[in-house]
Design a protein around this ligand. Structure first.
Ligand SMILES: Cc1cc2nc3c(=O)[nH]c(=O)nc-3n(C[C@H](O)[C@H](O)[C@H](O)COP(=O)(O)O)c2cc1C
Length: 222
């Protein structure tokens, strides 16, 4: 069976996806670059499972160094290729990031990597709670922030035949990028094995592929 991804002769167009958003908050650009060397960070990276609440300013730093668009390359067909901290096959970046910060009633927010903003998603609270409870059964979230990956496979399928593995490899790259940025910022992080099926499908529809996620928090303080 041939699973090798290959560029299509004619790239297809991709319909845009609009999340049902109702409030945008621009995140701060980080003030100072952290001064740890790459070699320290690479050695320190480890999965940690104690999560204190992450202030918005720290979440902003994490997203800036792991997911923010650095440069864009619009194509003639309207699709915007982008360069970001994490690599992506064909610069297609099919994976969107959803964030859920700790609060009595958790909400979901779409991270817009182009303008570095969080955008509250209008969603049925029971479905959101079911999603959060499910993750909590896999790994105790405590006061951690959930970062979830939503894969729009159509973005990669438009350019490649056999795109499936590319999307999963993009997800792996993103996990590592988030963990290495967390290590640099002295944050706790742990990837999650579940895909949270069927909750993501219930929240975002059948076309959406959950690509897993990662919990991030401040290092636990007694
Ligand atoms: C794709 C993936 C899924 C993971 N899922 C879980 C999980 O559900 N629960 C958990 O406690 N750790 C999970 N982990 C963390 C691994 O257990 C951890 O990376 C492994 O034990 C090695 O430890 P290290 O990351 O500190 O080197 C996952 C890691 C990856 C890459």
């Amino acid at each position: 069976m041939d699973r090798n991804p290959r560029p299509k002769t004619h790239e297809e167009t991709v319909s845009s996806f609009a999340y049902p958003e109702n409030k945008k908050v621009f995140l701060k650009k980080p003030d100072v670059l952290v001064s740890k060397s790459f070699f320290e960070v690479a050695t320190e990276r480890a999965s940690q499972r104690k999560f204190s609440a992450l202030p918005e300013s720290r979440l902003a730093e994490l997203l800036w160094y792991s997911a923010k668009v650095i440069s864009t390359h619009p194509q003639a067909n309207g699709y915007i290729l982008s360069h970001r901290p994490s690599p992506s096959a064909g610069a297609r970046h099919p994976i969107d990031i959803i964030v859920s910060m700790p609060s009595k009633e958790r909400k979901l927010e779409y991270y817009n990597p182009f303008d570095h903003s969080l955008n509250v998603i209008t969603a049925d609270q029971i479905l959101v709670d079911n999603f959060v409870d499910h993750i909590n059964e896999c790994l105790e979230i405590q006061q951690g922030t959930i970062i979830w990956f939503l894969a729009h496979q159509a973005r990669t399928t438009a350019k490649y035949d056999h795109p499936e593995s590319l999307v999963w490899r993009d997800a792996g790259a993103l996990i590592y990028c988030m963990q290495i940025a967390s290590a640099a910022l002295d944050l706790s992080s742990c990837a999650i094995g579940t895909l949270a099926d069927p909750y993501i499908e219930k929240l975002f529809g059948e076309e959406m592929i959950s690509a897993g996620g990662i919990i991030i928090g401040e290092n636990f303080v007694l």
